[in-house]
Design a protein around this ligand. Structure first.
Ligand SMILES: [Zn+2]
Length: 485
């Protein structure tokens, strides 16, 4: 009887092992099948993307100008909006378009995009032959845009290529510590859960709320799942890193990437201390795909020059910062609805200096938040706020998280998640002093203590809210107290 029991257990065990092996094979097979089904041409696009991304600066420049000439010609021939726009500045033929003339093209604003959808769309495509997608809507309401399927495939090809460079290939086990509630597994149907876990092999973890109990559960889940790659918003990952360090917990994840919010220096340090690897920062937008990605030197983000051309509009007034301005984006492939010189709503600085890694793509050196996150001083000068948060949080354990809200010229409201060394008697005064130094004028400042900085609907944290970003600010929650200074 004992023997039969043992052989019964053995059979059961073997069956489980077989099932597990089959599941693993099936998962890989499904992945490959979906890749093939996605596009027969995706392999060609991937190899093209790889070749451009690996090219030297000169070839990248030639490639981009060539693509811009083609996409402008397509826009002129098939989009009423651009035909009129180009004619107004005397542009009718694009065969010999120079960079200089290209920069004469007025920028396309978000509101122009929203109000002229059908005029922007190419008349060579019917509406139902295009992919319909939405722009992000953190500071403005989201709007629809169209993209042709070939351009969409090329966008994925470029994303895959950049991801490979930071340690992730489709099919590998990954995990996300994500702030966007709509993407979180608790809200998903069982079918979507299967797609995520078995096909995409991705574990989704919610970044809100992040109390000790939740973080311990996340830690256990990550330990069981053993992902090769972790993707996260910087703020929750920094909080999670701090928790791991405090609890002396260890996790080995070979590659980590962060996106969606500016990565502060202090956050980067915490992540390195907790995981032993430096996170790769990348920048993207729904209407543009992957815009820029860090290389192994972590000194700025290389622009995705295969898919996009990115430049700086220096018309903005940023005192003492010649390299800083509004980022202007041109999609090099979208023929369904050309996006030419589009003002994406973020502020940054671009460098064309060669990078130590040898990649020829220019780099976005600093991403200074959104245009709505800019402060204005009494002289009318515009000052990107993110660097202020970076400076204050980086060198002080009094503050764990901060949000600066400009309420009027010369007036600020500051939300503070207190750090270990917070001192009610001196810390609020220190914030005011540093804010005054940064703005170079005396200010009226109110400081409010909170348990966490409220997140946007998108799940992102805004460190700074300028005067033109007020209507989009979230109400503060979980208030602990007020201090006026
Ligand atoms: Zn590099």
């Amino acid at each position: 009887m004992v023997g039969i029991g043992r052989s019964g257990s053995l059979c059961k065990w073997l069956r489980t092992v077989k099932k597990m092996a089959a599941k693993k094979r099936l998962s890989k097979l499904l992945h490959e099948a979906i890749g093939i089904w996605h596009s027969k041409e995706s392999k060609r696009f991937r190899s093209e993307a790889k070749s451009v991304i690996s090219a030297g600066a000169r070839r990248v420049d030639e490639f981009q100008l060539g693509r811009i000439r083609q996409i402008c010609q397509i826009a002129y021939d098939h989009s009423l909006f651009y035909r009129e726009r180009f004619q107004r500045i005397g542009l009718r033929s694009f065969e010999n378009l120079t960079w200089h003339r290209f920069y004469d093209v007025p920028v396309l604003t978000k509101s122009e995009l929203r109000e002229n959808l059908l005029l922007l769309k190419s008349d060579a495509y019917s509406l139902d032959s295009l992919r319909v997608a939405n722009t992000g809507g953190t500071t403005t309401s989201p709007t629809t845009y169209f993209i042709d399927w070939e351009a969409n495939e090329r966008r994925w090809a470029a994303t895959n290529e950049w991801d490979k460079r930071i340690g992730y290939s489709p099919g590998q086990k990954s995990a996300c510590l994500w702030g966007a509630n709509q993407d979180i597994v608790t809200n998903m149907s069982w079918k979507m859960k299967i797609v995520h876990k078995v096909i995409r092999r991705r574990l989704l973890l919610s970044a809100s709320p992040l109390d000790d109990e939740t973080m311990y559960r996340h830690y256990e889940a990550l330990k069981r799942w053993r992902p090769s790659f972790l993707q996260a918003y910087p703020t929750p990952l920094a909080i999670f890193s701090e928790f791991m360090l405090k609890q002396k917990l260890r996790l080995r994840i070979p590659a980590i990437s962060v996106t969606a919010e500016p990565l502060l220096d202090r956050q980067r340090e915490l992540i390195v201390q907790a995981f032993g690897v430096e996170p790769f920062n990348w920048y993207g937008a729904r209407e543009a795909g992957r815009i820029a990605t860090e290389c192994e030197y972590h000194n700025g983000m290389h622009i995705n020059g295969y898919g996009l051309h990115v430049s700086i509009d220096r018309a903005g007034n940023f005192p003492g910062r010649d390299d800083t301005g509004n980022l202007i984006i041109t999609d090099l492939w979208n023929k369904g609805m050309p996006i030419i010189r589009y003002e994406i709503g973020d502020i940054g600085a671009i460098s064309h200096d060669p990078c130590e890694c040898g990649n020829g793509m220019p780099r976005i050196m600093r991403l200074e938040g959104r245009c709505a996150d800019v402060f204005i001083n009494s002289a009318g000068q515009r000052i990107p706020g993110v660097s202020l948060t970076n400076r204050i949080v980086a060198d002080d354990s009094e503050f764990r998280e901060l949000q600066f809200i400009q309420t009027a010229i010369g007036e600020f409201h500051v939300l503070v998640v207190p750090g270990a060394n917070w001192c009610q008697a001196t810390s609020p005064g220190a914030i005011t002093k540093r804010l005054e130094e940064f703005m170079d004028e005396s200010l009226r400042v109110t400081v409010e203590l909170v348990k966490e900085i409220p997140r946007e609907k998108s799940g992102k944290v805004r460190f700074c809210i300028g005067l033109n970003g007020q209507e989009h600010a979230c109400p503060a929650n979980k208030r602990l107290g007020n201090w006026n200074g």
